[in-house]
Design a protein around this ligand. Sequence first.
Ligand code: MLT
Length: 430
Amino acid sequence: PLQTQGTTTARFSSTAVEGATSQVERNENFAKLAGGYLFPEIGRRRNAYVQEHPEMADRIISLGIGDTTQPIPPHILSGLVEGAKKLGTKEGYSGYGAEQGQALLREKIAKVLYNDLIDASEVFVSDGAKCDIMRIQQMFGPKVISAVQDPSYPVYVDTSVMMGQTGNQDTSTMQYDNIVYMRCSPENGFFPDYASMPRADVVYLCSPNNPTGAAATKEQLESMVKLCRERGSILVFDAAYAPFIRSPGVPKSIFEIEGAKDVAIEVNSFSKYAGFTGVRLGWTVVPSGLKFKDGSLVRDDFNRVMTTAFNGASNIVQSGGLACLDEEGQKEISTLIDYYLENAKLLRQTFEEIGFPVHGGTDAPYVFVELPESVGGSWNAFNMILEKAQVVTIPGAGFGPGGEGFLRLSAFAPKDSVIEACKRLKEAFQ
Ligand code: MLT
C-alpha cells in the first residue's frame, strides 16, 4: 500500500489530499453561459423528481428531448450490419476515410435528397448537425454577429457565446449582448422579420422549426434569401426536420430557393429521419460559389475545419446512410415519420381539447402550446406537469426569452406512451 512507501507516499498523498489548482485562466466565454445546456438540465430535473418520488419512476413518460424511440427499420439496419461485416474481411476492411465522407454517399445525398440542385463536392458528411453547427462557428470565429430566431434551438446561441461573439447575458431581457434576437411568435407566423432587425453576419434559421414546429413557406424563404443577399449575410439553414414536411409546396431545402447558393449553408442530419440519434450521421452543404468578403471560398475554410478537426464519419454508419437513400430505405423513413406525425396529431388534439392554442405538429415532430398566464410561466408548467402527470416536457423559456409562455412537446415517444400522456395531461389541466 502507498502508506508504506516513504517519501514517494508523501508526494502522492500531499497531492491527493490538498488537490492542485492549475494556473490556467478559465475561458471567459464559458463563464458567460447562463446555465447548463438545456437538455441535460431537463434530465437533471427529471432525475431529481424521481429521487424524491422513487415510486413514480416507472410512470415517467418523456415528451421532452426530441429523441427517437422506434427501432431502425430492416433495410436501413442491413446497411449498418453490412458496413460492420465488411470490416471483418480482407477485401472489405477500411481505415480512415475521406474527411468529407465517402464519395458514393455524397453523390447519393446530392441526388436523392437534393435532386442534384447541389453537387456532391459541396456535401460534407459528418457525425451530426449539432456538431456541424459548432464547426461552422469555429470557421466564422469570434468577430461575427449572429442572428437567431427567438425562441430557437439552443445550440446556435450557446456556441456563439462559447466562441466569444457575445457579451454577457442581460439578466432583465435574458438576451446576450451582440446577438440579434429575431422574435418569432404566433403574430408573425413564427417567421422572423429580419428586415426590421439590425444586420447580422450570420443568420441561423431552422425550418421546420425547433421548437415552434412552424415550417417556412416558399415566399418566406424567398424573402429571407433576398434579404441576406442585399445585406451580405450568410444564412445557416437547419433542415434537420425536413422529412416531416407534409404540406404541399413547403421547401425541404433552402437550395430550392433561387439565389440561395450565393448566401446559404445547409446543415442536416439522419438522426430524425431514420432513428440515427445514437448512430450519429449528418451532413452540411457548403455551396462552391459561397464567398467571404475578401473573395475566399467558404467551402475551403469549412474543408480546413473538417480535415483538421474531424476524421470522417464512421464507415459503418456511412453504410447505414447509403441504405437510407435506397428506395427501400426512403420508404422505411416515410413510414417512421408517419408514425411520429400521428403522435403529434394526438398531442395537438389533446391541447385543443384542453382549450390552449396549439402550434406546429403538422410538418414537424414538435407541438408548441401557448400557456395561459394563470400557469405562471413555462418552467412552472414544466414542474406542474412533472409533479401531477409524470410527463416530461420542455419549457419554452429554455429556447430563449421569446419561448416564455409556451411549452414544447416532442412526438418521438412510443405511441402507447403518447396516448397515456395525453390522458394524464387532460387530467392535470382540468
Ligand atoms: C431537441 O430536443 O431539441 C433535439 O432533439 C435535440 C437535438 O437534436 O440535439
